[in-house]
Design a protein around this ligand. Sequence first.
Ligand code: IPM
Ligand code: MG
Length: 389
Amino acid sequence: MNTANKSYFKNSPSGARGMKKNIAVILGDGIGPEVTQQSIKVLNAVAEHYGHDFRYKFCIMGSTAIDKTGNPLPDETIEVCLESDAILFGAIGHPKYDNDPISKVRPEQGLLKLRKVLQLFANIRPTILYPNIKHLSPLNPKNLDGIDLVVYRELTGGIYFGDKAISEDGKVAEDTCIYTVEEIERIAHLAFKAAQQRRKKLTLIDKANVLETSRLWRKTIQAIATQYTDVAVDYMYADNASMKLILNPKQFDVILTENLFGDIISHEACAIGGALGMAPSASIGNITALFEPIHGSYPQAAGKDIANPIGSILSAAMMLDYFGLHKEGDKVRAAVNWTLTNNFVTKDIDPINFYFTSTLGELIADYVGDKIEGDVNQENIMLRKSTVI
Ligand code: IPM
Ligand code: MG
């Protein structure tokens, strides 16, 4: 089963030709810049081929921003994002902070603050399966057919944003998990609407047997469910759900959950697909929306032109859907499928016969622009020349 050709944001009104969009681009840390550059190539090919006008404004965040300004999220970046129609983001994080738990400034603070300031409250993470990389899935192949799930993760509340404290002697620390009914309701409506357009099943993942916030989630979802009688609702504790996701992932359609459980469950869900580098995501709110691959900054690969750009490119495809450019989004997804079926893959997928990050970006852009006719000249691709015979 291949769910790559699924369009998100079906409710976005269809975009006309000649659409003008301002896109804020945050290249970010590690492999962020090189994968995001491939998405820009692809978006440029979309603009040229379909007659749209995409303008980019580059801004900084994360470790790169700390190095330049001391601040992981400079005010200028917030301003550019607030004025944009959407944000394309690469990755965040640097090993020099990972091994320094007492560092006061951390790259991740930039992303968390941006999510909060822009009120990007719903993080949408689909699990995408591609037939020809099934062998990379950690699951038994017999359990893969029929998997089609998407995680709706609450992104601006919970323990990520509650009060934090550390005692003076450094021996006691605390993080507070806090949720309001309004915060739960706004993402719940999006998740229920998504379920209505899919297999009409929603699973709330929580720890209502232990946590007060989880009981509030359950109560709120039970109340909202009465407005969506065509959707079957299931409630599952997070520990059980993390097992079920491995043992019987087909049972899930839309997973709705709070911030921390959503972080963990969504990574587990995309690992099922076998290639973390190909997993996209969208974070939406009322002001603007942000699109980023789920993978991290992968510093070991940074600057080597070997990272998989598909997670970023499929995130850009979700951005096109969000703009109402569904045909264009589908074309990008078709291009991705085409590269995979022709074994144009990066090193994470095939460590021996692999193509470079930039080559994959060029191939996908050329496919989108209908510039690929007949067989592709493999030798030229290896030399990173034109992909067209
Ligand atoms: C993610 C990441 C972030 C999170 C980090 C980088 C703050 O893991 O988007 O999944 O925990 O939300
Ligand atoms: Mg995460």
